[in-house]
Structures are given as C-alpha cells and as structure tokens.
Ligand binder design. Structure first.
Ligand SMILES: *[C@@H]1O[C@H](CO)[C@@H](O)[C@H](O)[C@H]1NC(C)=O
Length: 245
C-alpha cells in the first residue's frame, strides 16, 4: 500500500488566457496536427506558455512530492522531496494523441510520448527499508531515468463558466517504462560516507526491482502534477476556442 503526500507546484496565474498566435489551431480529431502542436509546445519548455497557463517547465519546479510506501513488501519507504526541479520535458516527443474530439464530457483521451531524460533534482528526507537494507538520510538527491516510454490516460469532464464550456480532467493514469536509472542520495546515514556509497551502489545495481516497487506511487505523483498543469491550461480557454472547424 502506498500513500501520496502533499504535491504542490508554483501556480502560473493567467491574466487573460487566449490561444497563442504562434501555434497552429487544429481541426477536431486531427491527430497529426495535435502531435505537431504538442511537440512544438514541449520544445518551448524553458519559456513556458504563460498565455496558455503553462508554466516554465524546463525545469518544472515542484515544491513537494512525497511517497509513503507502507506494508510488508520489499520496499517500505518514506521519501519526501522538496524544491524539486524536474528536467527533461523539453525532450518530450508525442507519438499518439487519441480521443481528443468535440465531445469533452467523459471523453477518454490517450497520450503516448517518449522522454529521453526524466531527472528530478532536489532535497530529500528518507527513512525505511529497501530490499532488506535499512535506510535513513536527508540531503540532495538526483534521480535520473533514461529513455522513458510514457502513457497517459485521461477521463474528462465538462464544466460551464459564463455560458462557455471548458474541459477538465476527472481521472488520470500515468505509466512509464524506462531503460536505465541513475540515482544519487547524498548525505545518507548522517553523512557516513562508507554506508552512503554502499547504499547508492546497491540501489543503482538494483534499480529495476526498486522502481517496480515504487512505480505506482511515483506514477501517481507525476499524474497529479500533470493533472494540475492540464487543468490549468484547459480551465483558462473555452474548449471550442482551441480548435478550428
Ligand atoms: C544528475 O545525474 C545525472 C546522471 O548521472 C548527471 O548527468 C547530472 O549531471 C546530475 N545532475 C546534478 C545536478 O547532479
């Protein structure tokens, strides 16, 4: 069993949201056009799209992410991270965007993309047990996942404001596969270098087994961040103003 603790990010406040003039408007259900526009938006990560309600996301700043993995499995862990910069979103390439059409009430949307680097850099505190080894520490951490194949599933809901319809996410599921991971936790075990090095070596050798255990919690944290971003974008511009007929 796991629990996700606080997840918050710096909100991007929008004065007057409107569709950016440098982006193409797509026809409904034109997947090729969607993929093009989505990839263009991702490339602009270091600037964001304030007019879309999209914050700077290269890096994406998340002030708290926490995983609280209880139970009697091989990984029992409290891992709280703060002031986390997530790097790598500007390398996202969309492969599929399905289900984004005229209907926004309970629509099922499927997004697939690749992300060569997903890197979380920030402060952590941790306490628990990872595959028989007890662990405890606080300091800087760097979690880098390489070659990520990602899949987001959304269930939408329609909301009305001042006679206009807006799309919002009701449910979100995120999943990913990754081919390599490099993890560094500094200052484990009150700064005991020998124990710290041993543990870091151990988790890097066993990252597949560890990731398998914490993936549901991690995926849920990431999904919560995505939900906030997507709802911010779609909550600011009436749905039909995002498309052309
Ligand atoms: C984080 O780890 C990656 C992979 O080992 C490395 O390339 C990168 O320089 C590290 N970044 C920081 C800030 O430590």
């Amino acid at each position: 069993m796991f629990r996700i603790l606080l997840i918050m990010m710096i909100a991007c406040t929008v004065q007057s949201a409107k569709f950016p003039t440098d982006l193409e408007k797509c026809k409904y259900d034109d997947e090729k056009c969607y993929i093009n526009v989505a990839n263009t938006i991702m490339k602009r990560g270091s600037k964001g799209y304030a007019e879309l309600g999209l914050p700077v996301f290269e890096p994406l700043f998340v002030n708290k992410i926490g995983i609280d993995q209880g139970g009697d499995g091989p990984v029992v862990l409290k891992l709280h991270m703060k002031d986390v910069n997530i790097h790598g979103f500007s390398g996202v390439k969309f492969k599929a965007i399905k289900g984004l059409g005229k209907n926004i009430d309970k629509a099922k949307i499927d997004l697939k993309y690749t992300q060569p680097i997903f890197q979380m850099i920030g402060k952590y505190t941790t306490e628990g047990k990872v595959l028989v080894l007890p662990v405890q520490g606080d300091g800087n951490c760097n979690i880098t996942l390489v070659n990520n194949d990602c899949h987001v599933k959304l269930l939408t809901k329609k909301i009305e404001k001042n006679g206009k319809s807006y799309m919002q996410i009701d449910k979100i599921k995120f999943n990913f596969d990754t081919t390599d991971a490099k993890i560094v936790f500094e200052n484990l075990f009150n700064g005991n270098k020998e124990l710290s090095d041993t543990f870091n070596l151990f988790i890097n050798d066993n990252w597949r087994d560890i990731l398998k255990e914490i993936k549901p919690a991690m995926s849920e944290s990431i999904a919560a961040v995505y939900k906030q971003i997507i709802n911010n974008i779609f909550g600011n511009i009436p749905y039909d103003e995002l498309f052309t007929e």
